[in-house]
Design a protein around this ligand. Structure first.
Ligand code: XIL
Length: 316
């Protein structure tokens, strides 16, 4: 019956997936589901710094360009992910950064943001400009960016991105900010502060990596308070993992997690997109990172839709 993307388009919502570009190139089933079910795509890895600039000064946009072309051919929008992050940095940068002065490192970051946003200018709907800058206790993460540049690197990154592509929507993106608490309160305070300084920030991305073992008390109200600041909000990396093997009780909780997260977005007018972090269990990042857990996506490893898929279809 109806695809997720056609159902979502009827209510003005974009539904997306993170894309593994190797699978996209090699697996026709993967390609066909990506094209038919989703109206936005996010590169799971191929726009990250270590991929686009493996050697200092030598860019490789090829994998990302192929995804952007695929998206255009299939009338999909692209979430650019991600410009400034502490992880998946190229080896040359992590090796050189400790010896650089603040001015040198700031120049390197500025060049990266400017060059990447310029390369994709006009072809990115939402950019995750800064990713995961906070700790769970609400303090800023101790990254090379904070250590050398101080907290001002965040505002700088948004300004540089805006200069390079004034029409792209610029997002701050993080995990464990779906519910109110020290981390989401800190992001909320930062965003208000950026707005007060006139920094060009358009939205906040809530990654939404859920686990059936943890509750999700107030997602909708939390999305709403950010939207009330005049921002767009988006669920950017939804998955709902569980300890393996999955029991029927656990799968019900996973289904409820997908339903709740989609319904929260649908209830908030400024929630403009809902993106899953991969659609099939065979390509999910979860088993490699969370020991003993998995089954976090909406299709099984044989690309058969699970109850989680039908729950999204039903909610739309
Ligand atoms: C993950 C990818 O899914 C993995 O393939 C990669 O090895 C590590 O990064 N938050 C993010 C994403 O913002 O970029 C991460 O993606 C998952 C957590």
């Amino acid at each position: 019956s109806d695809s997720l993307r056609s159902l979502a388009s009827g209510i003005g919502l974009r539904i997306g997936t993170a894309v593994n570009t190797d699978q996209l190139a090699n697996n026709p089933t993967y390609r066909s589901i990506t094209a038919s079910q989703f109206s936005t795509v996010t590169p799971e890895n191929v726009m990250k710094w270590e991929v686009v600039e493996p050697t200092r000064g030598t860019y490789d946009w090829s994998a990302a360009d192929r995804l952007v072309s695929f998206a255009q051919a299939n009338h999909q929008l692209v979430r650019g992910h991600t410009l400034v992050w502490h992880s998946q940095l190229p080896g040359w940068l992590t090796a050189a950064a400790p010896q650089m002065s603040a001015d040198q490192l700031r120049a390197v970051l500025r060049q990266h943001v400017t060059d990447e946003v310029t390369h994709f200018k006009g072809r990115i709907w939402q950019w995750d400009v800064v990713n995961e800058a906070f700790n769970d206790d609400g303090t800023l993460r101790d990254s090379i960016w904070l250590q050398k540049l101080g907290p001002g690197y965040i505002a700088d990154a948004f300004r540089w991105a805006h200069q390079a592509d004034p029409k792209a929507k610029l997002f701050y993106n993080d995990y464990n900010i779906e519910y109110t608490g020290p981390k989401s309160n800190a992001v909320y305070a930062m965003v208000k502060n950026l707005q007060a300084q006139g920094v060009p920030i358009d939205g906040v991305g809530f990654q939404t990596h859920l686990d059936t073992q943890y509750p999700l008390p107030d997602l909708q109200a939390n999305l709403q308070r950010f939207a009330a600041l005049g921002l767009d909000v988006a669920e950017t990396e939804v998955d709902v993992r569980t300890p393996l093997p999955v029991t029927p009780t656990e799968q019900s909780a996973q289904v409820a997690g997908y339903t709740q997260t989609l319904q929260a977005c649908m209830a908030v007018k400024r929630c403009i997109s809902y993106t899953v972090w991969g659609f099939d269990d065979g390509d999910s990042w979860v088993p490699g990172v969370f020991a003993g857990e998995g089954a976090a996506t909406i299709y099984d490893a044989a690309f058969q839709p699970k109850a989680q898929y039908f729950a999204l279809q039903q909610a739309l």
